[in-house]
Design a protein around this ligand. Structure first.
Ligand code: C2E
Ligand code: MG
Ligand code: MG
Length: 698
C-alpha cells in the first residue's frame, strides 16, 4: 500500500519542518508544506492529498478554517486542525466544517499518529456508508418491486418509488407515518381486512407472506392485487429493529394465468370445455360417484355429415355449423350435465348423479331431435344428424379414460349400423351378451380350450410404404357368443389376474409367429405385443420375456412391447428398473395410445422408450382440425429430438395418411393399410405384395 500523503499547512516554518520530519519518521509522506490558506486551496485543486493537517491561524486573507471550507466544496478528504490555543468562538467555527480531529501544539508522536489514523478511519467509514446508501438508493429506485420498511413501532422509515406509486401517495407523505395508515390490504373475495404484514412480522417475530388473493387499497382509489413478503430487520445486537415489506402488482400475472387456464381448457370456437377439461371433470365425477355410490354417464356424439359440409363449403361454414350445433346441444342440456367439444366434430357430455340408464337414453333422444331440424347456413338448409354412444359408471368402466373409450366404441357401432341413433356400450356386447359372472367363468377356461387367437395388423413405413412390422391383437372366439373384441374382456382379465397366463400366451404365440415370418421371406419383420399394467407390474415379467425369447428364438430387437403411460401410476422406481432391464435385453419399448394419459414427454425421456404411438383420437381429425394437427406436429418434433420413432394409429383414409406423412410421423397403422388379420391372411397378403401385380392389403 502506498504511504499516506499528508499536506501540512502551517505558517510557522520551524513547526512545519518539525512536523514534516516527525511524520516522515512515522512512515507518512509529506510532499509539500504550505504557509497560506489560498495556496492550500489552489494546491488541492491540482493535486489532492490523502489528509490535511491545517493550522487554524494562518497569516493572510484566508485562515485555516476558511481554507478548509473552500476545499470541502470540491473535495472529500479528512482535515485535522492544528491549534495552539482554543478560544470557544474559533472552535465553534472550526466545528462547523466537520473536521476529522484536532491536534494541540506541541505535538507528541503518539498523539499525532493516533489522531491521523482515527481521522483516516473515520473518513473511510463515512465514505463507505455514503457508498452503501448510494447503492441502496439505486437498487431501491431500480427494482420493479415496491419496498417499504418500518421501525419496530411500525413507523415508515423508507419507501421506494414503486411502493409509493402503488400505495398512491408521495414518498414524502408516507415516511414518518404509521404503516397501518398508509398500507391497507383486504381479501379480494370477502373484502375482509387482512393483517398488515409488517406489523404481523414484527408481532410474530418471523417472516410472513400475504395470503393469496390480497388486494391493496391504494390511496388514489385503485384496488391492486399484490403478492408480498415481509422480513424482519435486526440491529447489530440481533434485536428486531423493524421490518421490510417487498410487494408487487400481480394484475398482469393474474390476467395471463386466467387466459392460459381458459385457453388450455376451453375450445376457442365454441367456448365449451375441451377434451382435457372433460377428462379431468369426468375423472372427478367418477371418483365422487365411487365414494357416494352414485352413477355417472358419458355420452359421446359425432356428427354424421359434418365432413361433407366442411369439405365442400369450407372451414368457416364448418365452424359456423359447429357453433350452431353447440348452441342446440346447450339448449337441451339438463341441470348438472356438462357439454364439451372433444375435438373436430365430436362432442361429449358428462351426466353426474344419473338415477339410471334412462336418463342418458332420454337425453340422447332429445339431442337427436334437436339436431334433426335443418341448419341454415349461407341461405341453404343442411341436415347433419349425429351418432351417439353411451357408457355408464360403474357398469362400463371404473375410470374416465375407459368410460370415454367405451362410449366412443358404442358410437362406432351406431355408425356401423347406419348412423343417426344412439347405443349403450353394454348393448354392443355380442348378441345374448353374457353376464359378467358367466363371462368370467368362460374366460377361466378359454385358454385351455384354445379359444384365443391372435390377429396381426400391419405397420407401415410412411415414407417408403414398406411394411415394417405387425401388431399382435388378441381375439376370443367364444363358442356361445362368437368373436369377442379385446376391450370387452381384457378389463375382466386384468381384474381377475387371468391376464397373466393370457398375456404370456400372447407373447409366446406372437414371438413364435414372428420368428416363422422372419425365416420365410420377411427377415426384418418386427412384432409388437401389448402389455397390460398387471403384466408389467408382475415380478416375473423380465424372466418370462427372456425365456419366451430364448424358447422361440426371436431376436430381442424384433420384439416391441407396447405399454400405456399409466404404468407410471404405480411404482415408478420399479417401472424404471424393469424398463432398464428390458432395454438391456435389447427389446424395443413403445408407449401406446399416447395423448390419452399424462402425455408427458418427461416421463418418456425418463423411461427411455424407443417409440410413441399417437392415439387414434388425434389422428382421426388431424387433417381437418388444426389443433389436433398442431399437437401431432409438436409431439413428433419433440419425440424426434429424443430419438423416438412415432407411429400414427388408426389411419383410415388417404387424407389422414397424407396429414401424418406431412407431420413427419415415421410409421402408420390403420384400416387403410390393413385390418387386423389372421396369420394366414397376413402371409397371403405378403405373398401377393411380393408378386409382380400387387394389390393393396385388404
Ligand atoms: P391398441 O393397442 O391401441 O390397438 C389398436 C386398436 O385399434 C385395435 O383394436 C385395432 O383393431 C384398432 N384399429 C387399428 N386401426 C384402426 C383404424 O384404422 N380404425 C379404427 N377405428 N380402429 C383401428 P382392438 O384389436 O379392438 O384392440 C383394442 C385394444 O385392446 C388395443 O388397443 C390394446 O390396448 C388391447 N389389446 C389387444 N390385444 C391385446 C393383448 O394381447 N394384450 C393386451 N394387454 N392388450 C391387448
Ligand atoms: Mg397397441
Ligand atoms: Mg393404441
Amino acid at each position: 500500500m502506498p504511504a499516506t500523503r499528508i499536506l501540512v499547512v502551517e505558517d510557522q516554518n520551524i513547526i512545519a519542518l518539525d512536523l514534516q520530519s516527525r511524520l516522515t519518521g512515522l512512515g507518512y509522506e509529506v510532499p509539500v508544506i504550505l504557509a497560506r490558506g489560498e495556496e492550500a486551496v489552489l494546491h488541492c485543486q491540482a493535486d489532492l492529498p490523502d489528509l490535511i493537517l491545517m493550522d487554524i491561524r494562518l497569516k493572510g486573507q484566508v485562515d485555516g478554517i476558511q481554507a478548509a471550507e473552500r476545499i470541502r466544496t470540491f473535495a472529500d478528504l479528512p482535515i485535522i486542525y492544528l491549534t495552539a490555543h482554543s478560544d470557544d468562538q474559533t472552535l465553534a467555527r472550526a466545528q462547523q466544517t466537520e473536521p476529522h480531529g484536532y491536534l494541540l501544539k506541541p505535538f507528541e508522536d503518539r498523539e499525532l499518529r493516533l489522531t491521523i489514523e482515527i481521522a483516516l478511519y473515520k473518513h473511510r467509514m463515512e465514505r463507505q456508508l455514503r457508498d452503501n446508501e448510494r447503492w441502496l438508493g439505486a437498487v431501491l429506485r431500480g427494482i420493479g418491486e415496491g419496498v417499504i420498511a418500518s421501525d419496530v413501532q411500525g413507523i415508515v422509515r423508507l419507501v421506494n418509488p414503486v411502493a409509493a406509486d402503488l400505495i398512491g401517495r408521495s414518498a414524502a407523505d408516507v415516511v414518518g407515518r404509521p404503516i397501518a395508515d398508509v398500507f391497507t390490504v383486504v381479501d379480494a373475495q370477502t373484502r375482509a381486512p387482512l393483517p398488515n404484514p409488517l406489523l404481523q412480522a414484527i408481532g410474530e417475530q418471523k417472516s410472513v407472506t400475504l395470503p393469496e388473493r390480497a388486494l391493496l387499497l391504494s390511496g388514489d382509489g385503485r384496488e391492486i392485487p399484490i403478492d408480498d413478503s415481509a422480513a424482519l430487520i435486526h440491529d447489530s445486537r440481533s434485536r428486531i429493529a423493524g421490518a421490510v415489506l417487498v410487494f408487487r402488482d400481480i394484475t398482469e400475472r393474474l390476467r395471463t394465468e386466467q387466459q392460459l387456464r381458459h385457453l388450455a381448457y376451453h375450445d376457442e370456437l365454441t367456448g365449451l370445455p375441451n377434451r382435457a377439461l372433460f377428462q379431468i371433470l369426468t375423472q372427478r365425477a367418477v371418483t365422487e360417484a365411487q365414494r357416494s355410490g352414485g352413477r355417472v354417464g358419458v355420452i359421446f356424439l359425432d356428427l354424421d355429415r359434418f365432413k361433407m359440409v366442411n369439405d365442400s363449403l369450407g372451414h368457416s361454414v364448418g365452424d359456423r355449423l359447429l357453433s350452431a350445433v353447440a348452441a342446440r346441444l346447450s339448449a337441451v342440456l339438463p341441470p348438472g350435465a356438462m357439454l364439451a367439444r372433444f375435438g373436430g366434430d365430436e362432442f361429449t357430455l358428462l351426466l353426474e348423479a344419473l338415477p339410471g340408464p334412462e336418463g342418458a337414453s332420454g337425453l340422447s333422444e332429445r339431442i337427436l331431435a334437436a339436431l334433426a331440424a335443418p341448419f341454415e347456413l349461407i341461405d341453404q338448409e343442411f341436415y347433419v344428424g349425429a351418432s351417439i354412444g353411451i357408457s355408464l359408471f360403474p357398469e362400463d368402466g371404473s375410470d374416465a379414460a375407459t368410460l370415454i373409450r367405451n362410449a366412443d366404441a358404442a358410437l362406432y357401432r351406431v355408425k356401423d349400423r347406419g348412423r343417426n341413433g344412439y347405443a349403450f356400450y353394454q348393448a354392443e356386447m355380442n348378441a345374448g351378451a353374457l353376464s359378467r359372472l358367466a363371462l368370467e367363468a368362460q374366460l377361466r377356461h378359454a385358454l385351455e380350450r384354445g379359444e384365443f387367437a391372435l390377429h396381426y395388423q400391419p405397420r407401415v413405413d410412411l415414407m417408403s410404404g414398406h411394411i415394417r412390422g405387425v401388431e399382435a391383437l388378441i381375439r376370443w372366439n367364444q363358442p356361445e357368443v362368437g368373436l369377442i373384441a379385446p376391450l370387452q374382456f381384457l378389463g375382466l382379465a386384468e381384474e381377475t389376474g387371468l391376464i397373466l397366463p393370457i398375456g404370456a400366451w400372447v407373447l409366446e404365440t406372437a414371438c413364435r409367429q414372428a420368428r416363422t415370418w422372419r425365416e420365410t421371406g420377411l427377415p426384418d419383420l418386427r412384432v409388437a405385443v401389448n402389455l397390460s399394467n398387471r403384466q408389467f407390474r408382475h415380478p416375473d415379467l423380465i424372466d418370462t420375456i427372456a425365456s419366451i425369447l430364448a424358447e422361440t428364438g426371436l431376436p430381442a430387437p424384433a420384439l416391441e412391447l407396447e405399454m400405456t403411460e399409466t404404468i407410471v401410476m404405480h411404482d415408478r422406481l420399479d417401472a424404471i428398473a424393469k424398463i432398464k432391464a428390458l432395454k438391456q435385453m435389447g427389446v424395443r419399448l413403445a408407449i401406446d395410445d399416447f395423448g390419452t394419459g399424462y402425455s408427458s414427454l418427461e416421463y418418456i425421456k425418463l423411461f427411455q422408450v424407443d417409440a410413441l404411438k399417437i392415439d387414434r383420437a388425434f389422428v382421426r381429425n388431424a387433417h381437418v382440425n388444426k389443433e389436433d394437427a398442431a399437437i401431432i406436429q409438436a409431439v413428433v418434433t419433440l419425440a424426434h429430438s429424443l430419438n423416438l420413432d412415432v407411429t400414427a394409429e388408426g389411419i383410415e383414409t388417404p387424407e389422414q395418411q397424407l396429414c401424418m406423412t406431412t407431420c413427419l410421423c415415421d410409421e402408420g397403422q390403420g384400416y387403410l393399410f390393413g385390418r387386423p388379420m389372421t396369420p394366414e391372411a397376413f402371409t397371403q397378403a405378403m405373398a401377393q405384395l411380393a408378386a409382380p401385380a400387387s394389390a393393396p392389403l385388404a
